[in-house]
Write a protein that binds this ligand. Structure first.
Ligand code: BEZ
Length: 249
């Protein structure tokens, strides 16, 4: 999927604004950090401002171009962590915010991260936990089913137990793992839910006609309003996993 980097930077800036809390888990002394799925580079820049030597990587060329334009002094590479080139070397910290749930093969992801970390290196990451945006996902699934459109969930939202197992298998020891609810206000007033859908379900919505899409939005807004409409904005039912883990060997 190609990303709309401008929208990500404005309407959906909550993605990296919430990620700022994750920065507190970084070591205090300067380290070599790999920021995986850096998007438009806002958090990569904050990591650099904390004194670390950071490289931001993202699969999306739109995101990397925007990141390079915004932060020309920083290092950004278009790279897929599932198939890294030899530009990806060894790091002290692998950092990632709101990215891992896009990656179906979590085992390969952790294997590759582990291979590019020094011993005692740290993985610091946050992503969607099991049950993340469940009300929205279920409502969307029902709408597509009613239209006879097949829907394969594009996200991988993992449980604490599942992740502990995968971390151990890939030579990580858990320092901290936290699962929590994070109700997230969406920008755009009454259009907030559809704008969020347009960003995160772009591929699925692209399969629909304009009329079908409008009907899906109207139906979802009606169904979800009693639980997710908060007077003047939509609030998405986010659930997160926050992890700090150390590579053992
Ligand atoms: C998330 O960051 O939790 C998320 C991203 C895309 C779709 C759903 C949730």
């Amino acid at each position: 999927m190609e990303w709309n980097a401008k929208k990500y930077n404005t309407t959906h800036d909550f993605v990296f604004k919430y990620g700022a809390g994750l920065l507190e888990l970084l070591p205090k002394e300067p380290k070599k950090v790999l920021d995986i799925g850096c998007g438009t580079g806002a958090l990569t820049n904050q990591i650099a401002e904390l004194g670390h030597e950071v490289t931001g990587i993202d699969q999306s060329i739109n995101m990397i171009n925007q990141a390079k334009e915004s932060y020309p002094d920083l290092s950004f590479l278009q790279e897929d962590i599932l198939n890294p080139s030899d530009q990806i070397r060894l790091y002290d910290v692998a950092f990632s915010n709101a990215v891992f749930h896009w990656i179906p093969d979590q085992d390969l992801l952790l294997k590759n991260i582990s291979e590019h970390l020094n011993v005692n290196g740290q993985l610091i990451c946050e992503f969607g936990a099991v049950g993340n945006v469940q009300m929205i996902r279920e409502a969307f699934g029902r709408e597509l089913k009613a239209l006879g459109v097949s829907f394969e969930e594009p996200f991988c939202f993992t449980s604490v137990e599942g992740y502990r197992f995968l971390l151990k298998k890939n030579h990580f020891e858990v320092v901290e793992i936290l699962e929590y609810e994070r109700p997230t206000p969406l920008k755009g007033g009454k259009y907030g839910l559809r704008e969020w859908m347009e960003q995160f379900y772009a591929a699925e919505l692209g399969e629909l006609s304009i009329e079908q899409k409008e009907q899906v939005f109207v139906n979802m807004e009606q169904e979800l309003a009693p639980r997710l409409w908060k007077k003047d904005h939509w609030e998405a039912d986010y659930r997160r996993l926050k992890i700090k883990a150390s590579k053992t060997r």
